[in-house]
Write a protein that binds this ligand. Structure first.
Ligand code: NAD
Ligand code: UDP
Length: 305
């Protein structure tokens, strides 16, 4: 698994080990952290290799599945590292596809709701082609994932590779970095430290937040299925960023003030997954409500801050 020391990767490693699999995680630690792996570091079936997956990957022995999660994932980090972001989506996907071919393994790719850009259709079904500016400020991320999907399709068609593509919508939970910059870790950190909560724009833009354990269940469902085409995984419970800020304030009993900063250019105004395909083809739907998920996340941040 690439990106195994990251937020989602570390949870997926733990789940797969719990199911009795052997897991080899590969990471550069550009945003991933050793402490995310504390619980599994000494597990007999776990191995960690520091390697940049944009370079040739050599693995000895057999692999059943290659899971490619490595990427810069937060707008803060991908906009600071646009070349690294494009390389890991393009070269990293190419190298990991080559590894999957070499090992005759199933290939799993972490794509994103950002392939839909600033959507003109809400909610977004998999058939929606998106509204992405190829030269825009978010394009290094969006286009790298779109290219990744296209490359995977080519490998499936030309080489018959067995493929899975998860289009992940905003997911949160313990092990996100306090400096991640994405909205939930930012609001929780700000509320717990009594600093201003920075709502970008007027806060009327929407997102739909999925708790990490639900996402991991969706990954397992997708891996266990034979669905080759992209599948949306996310929680359709849509809310405004203003409402999210108020919920975090209330749950933390914080004295922080909500302040308003300019909306970053091309920040999507709405986002909500249509999960009909995941429901019907994987029998999956999310179960953890925002308040329950935030409780665990706030508890995690209370411990690490
Ligand atoms: P994360 O930053 O915690 O994890 C990404 C991991 O990839 C990190 O450990 C990082 O060090 C590693 N990495 C980056 N470049 C690398 C390289 N060249 N070689 C090896 N390792 C490298 O982010 P996350 O939220 O866990 O995201 C995991 C995946 O899911 C990413 O592909 C991301 O694009 C995708 N995704 C996440 C969300 C979300 O809401 N969390 C939404 C959509 C898609
Ligand atoms: N956002 C915000 N304050 C912050 C961080 C983010 O208001 O401190 C907003 C951001 O402008 C976007 C939404 O929250 O409208 C979700 O942003 P995030 O970076 O989490 O992910 P995105 O869905 O944009 O990729």
């Amino acid at each position: 698994m690439t990106g195994g020391a990251g937020f989602i990767g570390s949870h997926l490693c733990a789940t797969l080990l719990g199911q009795g699999h052997e897991v080899l995680a590969m990471d550069t630690f550009v945003t991933g952290r050793n402490e995310n792996l504390e619980e599994i570091f000494y597990h007999d079936n776990f191995r960690l290799v520091e390697h940049d997956v944009t370079e040739f990957i050599h693995v000895s022995g057999e692999l059943d599945t290659v899971i490619h999660l490595a990427s810069l994932a937060s707008p803060r980090f991908y906009q600071r590292n646009p070349i690294k972001t494009l390389k890991v989506g393009a070269l990293g996907t190419h190298k990991t596809l080559g590894l999957a071919m070499e090992k005759d393994a199933t290939y799993f790719f972490a794509s994103t709701s950002e392939v839909y850009g600033d959507p003109e259709v809400n909610p977004q079904p998999e058939s929606y082609r998106g509204n992405v500016d190829p030269y825009g400020p978010r394009s290094c991320y969006d286009e790298s994932k779109r290219y990744g999907e296209s490359l995977i399709r080519a490998y499936r068609e030309e080489h018959g590779l067995d493929t899975r593509i998860a289009r992940i919508f905003n997911t949160y939970g313990p092990r996100m970095r306090p400096d991640d910059g994405r909205v939930i870790p930012s609001f929780v950190r700000q509320a717990l430290t009594g600093t201003d909560m920075t709502v970008y724009g007027d806060g009327t833009q929407t997102r739909s937040f999925c708790y990490v354990s639900d996402l991991i269940d969706g990954f397992i469902g997708l891996l266990d299925s034979d669905v080759q085409d992209p599948v949306n995984l996310g929680n359709p419970n849509e809310r405004t960023i203003q409402a999210l800020a108020e919920t975090v304030l209330e749950m933390t009993n914080s004295d922080s003030q909500i302040t308003y900063e300019p909306l970053p250019p091309q920040d999507p105004m709405v986002r909500k997954p249509d999960i009909t395909k995941a429901e019907t083809e994987l029998g999956w739907s999310p179960h953890v409500g925002l308040k329950n998920g935030l409780e665990t996340t706030i508890e995690y941040f209370e411990n690490v801050l």
